[in-house]
Design a protein around this ligand. Sequence first.
Ligand code: GLU
Length: 280
Amino acid sequence: MAAYRGRIAPTPSGHLHLGHGRTFWIAQQRAAQRGSQLLLRNEDLDLEHCKPQFAADMLTDLRWLGLRWDEGPDVGGPFAPYVQSQRLSHYHDVWRQLVARQVIYLCRHSRRDVQQALRAPHDEQQEMIFPPKLRPRDFDRNCSSPGETNWRFRVPDGRAISFVDQRMGPVSRTAGLDFGDFLVWRKDGFPSYELAVVADDCAMRISEVVRGEDLLTSTARQLLLYAALHESPPQFFHCPLLLDEQGRRMAKRSQSKSIRQLRAEGHNPAELVRPWAALM
Ligand code: GLU
């Protein structure tokens, strides 16, 4: 059995809040309990929102909270670079494999086309399922670069994607119902989150992914990518979401206090972390 390798994968699109801190702290504890390696990967592919200052601050804030990693952008390691915007050639390789396996297609439809093709008006809260009637008839195997267009993964409609979560037990999502053909490449020249994260978790030999429960459906999408790439998936541990004082999910865009603010207010990191041990 391969050695346990965990990762924390923050996105520097704002200052991290306690919900991020808690997920990463759990990832660290799970790696530490197994006497194994933890790496930090900077997931900065959302160029519009990710800033170098947020990337520097996230490392400082996580260290203040007591987190340590064995590999990462600031400490190096055998799988460098640990910054997604520096790993584009790697994502192109994965894109090429997916083209060759005929599981992704070039999609010129705009968001508007997609909305018009849907029978019921789209509810913003629900996943927008890409309408199957907008799929092309064939796959293009001979394309040599993604170009300035979106590419989507064609999901096997009706197939149950099931896995056993290390905290939640059996989880299942149905392709075509819970999610539709999803983006793997963006027309701005970058891979989607789903492609980049699977490419990196494979390349960096991650054995367990610890992430928030809000990503359960993404995990199902990613399992389709692992299968298409003939890679064995890691195990998954989805953490419950941390709610703020108003009972709302913490998010960078909401008013949730950042780790940085809590530090400035004089909080003690050991006290912030103490209640989390019960979640392990
Ligand atoms: N960078 C992603 C985030 O911050 C990581 C999600 C994941 O664990 O795959 O949401």
